[in-house]
Design a protein around this ligand. Structure first.
Ligand SMILES: Cc1cc2nc3c(=O)[nH]c(=O)nc-3n(C[C@H](O)[C@H](O)[C@H](O)COP(=O)(O)OP(=O)(O)OC[C@H]3O[C@@H](n4cnc5c(N)ncnc54)[C@H](O)[C@@H]3O)c2cc1C
Length: 395
């Protein structure tokens, strides 16, 4: 067994660090005072609120914090409470509050050895690198002769991959045309182009937020945070505006307008009898009184504007995109695959194991380092097949 002595340790490594001593009993107070006497500038004590020992620690000139406050502050947390309390203190106060990269140290390793306490792995990439395909749409009323007549089940007949010319990524855009926009009678009267960014530059994150006593995951997509993404999607809206104004398509459309997936369109997407009745009634009126179609498209679809009016105003177009762009149900990337030397990587490319944690693998869309230029279902199946083979081989 190798034994370490004072001469093996370099106290200079922690002199400038914020050190939190959890507990101020026989060990805690000795550690705190020793460190302070050895030149560690900022040593503080963590004690539970109301503890009788607070006075003693403050009397010795230490700042006292609760374990949760201290965990948020410290670079190094030294656990010096009785062993039987450590697991509860770690889980309740330290685990969710310790800074990324902070160190946790113990005078006894019993809780760790017997798996009563599992320190969080230092994996800053977890939750970062969230990617999606942000998109926007343009919709128009379909003249009766152009509506689907039940002759085909599919309503999406065209997909176009193209390069925006913004940045160096080829095929960074996708555009599709749908000859029916929803399941209900109104949807059958509306055609929609949807364009999305296949290779967005913007990145979001998933974070844990405390809501009452529970931690909930919250996704911040940060769509179009990067100017290059706003430029790409603006170009896409301009392209869609040109397409709907070009014959023969233009002949079959009435009043193309900027649209999005939200508001009433989302509410009516729910398959209920009420929504059917509402949309059937609106459709009857629009069929019977053609003059209503343009104002319907402008007010209900376009939020007061037709597409030509929007593309003529660059600032309004940008504001529209920032407010209304929407995801395509393709979130991925928050447990990025990559070498252990990559600080942002979480998953090993060889076998999907989580770096630094035994017995845990992640195999789903979250390990994609970058969102594919395609819908995610098949790429996710490919990832799963490849990793299943790797796991089988490793046994
Ligand atoms: C509405 C919609 C439409 C889509 N359309 C298409 C399309 O047309 N083409 C295409 O290619 N892709 C499409 N996608 C995307 C595709 O479905 C996803 O990218 C893909 O399913 C991602 O696979 P995954 O395994 O990462 O996650 P998921 O398929 O979401 O699987 C996650 C699994 O984890 C389970 N789970 C969640 N929480 C827990 C828990 N606490 N404990 C245990 N299990 C849990 C869930 O029940 C689920 O089974 C669509 C997605 C949506 C939502």
């Amino acid at each position: 067994m190798r034994v370490y002595y004072d001469r093996d340790a370099d106290v200079n490594l922690i002199k400038g660090k914020k050190v939190l001593i959890v507990g101020y009993g026989s060990q805690g107070h000795a550690h705190a005072m020793n460190l302070r006497d050895s030149g560690v500038k900022d040593v503080r004590i963590a004690l539970k609120a109301g503890s009788a020992t607070i006075k003693k620690a403050e009397g010795a000139g230490f700042t006292v914090m609760t374990p949760a406050e201290g965990a948020k502050w410290a670079d190094i947390v030294m656990m010096l409470t009785p062993d039987e309390l450590q697991s509860d203190i770690y889980n309740a106060d330290l685990a969710g509050n310790m800074k990324q990269g902070a160190a946790l140290a113990f005078a006894h390793g019993l809780n760790v050895h017997f798996n009563l306490l599992t320190p969080r792995a230092d994996l800053p990439g977890v939750g970062r690198n969230l990617q999606e395909h942000p998109g926007i749409s343009v919709s128009a009323m379909l003249r009766p002769e152009a509506r689907l007549k039940g002759t085909t089940r599919r309503h999406i007949h065209l997909g176009l991959r193209y390069s925006s010319g913004v940045g160096d990524d080829p095929n960074d855009m996708f555009l599709m045309a749908a000859a029916k926009s929803a399941w209900h009678p109104l949807g059958e009267r509306i055609a929609t182009f949807i364009a999305w960014i296949n290779k967005p530059a913007s990145r979001g994150s998933v974070v844990l937020e405390r809501q009452g006593t529970r931690l909930k995951p919250v996704a911040n997509f940060q769509f179009l945070a990067e100017a290059s993404d706003r430029a790409r999607l603006k170009g896409a809206v301009r392209l869609m505006a040109r397409l709907v104004a070009t014959d023969p398509l233009a002949r079959h459309l009435i009043a193309p307008a900027p649209s999005s997936y939200g508001g009433w369109a989302k509410k009516l997407g729910l398959k209920t009898f009420r929504n059917y009745a509402l949309t059937a009634t609106a459709s009857l009126m629009l069929d019977a009184i053609p003059a209503l179609r343009e104002s319907f498209a402008r007010e209900f679809v376009g939020g007061g504007r037709l597409i030509d009016e929007l593309v003529a105003d660059d600032a309004a177009l940008e504001a529209h995109l920032v407010a209304k762009s929407f995801g395509q149900w393709h979130p991925c990337g928050t447990c990025k695959m990559g070498a252990a030397s990559d600080r942002d990587a979480v998953i090993s490319p060889a076998d999907a194991r989580v770096h630094g944690i035994g017995g845990l693998r992640v195999v789903d869309a979250s390990l994609m380092p970058s969102v594919p230029r395609a819908n995610l279902n098949i790429p996710t199946i490919m990832v799963a097949e490849k990793m299943a083979d790797a796991i089988k081989r490793s046994r």
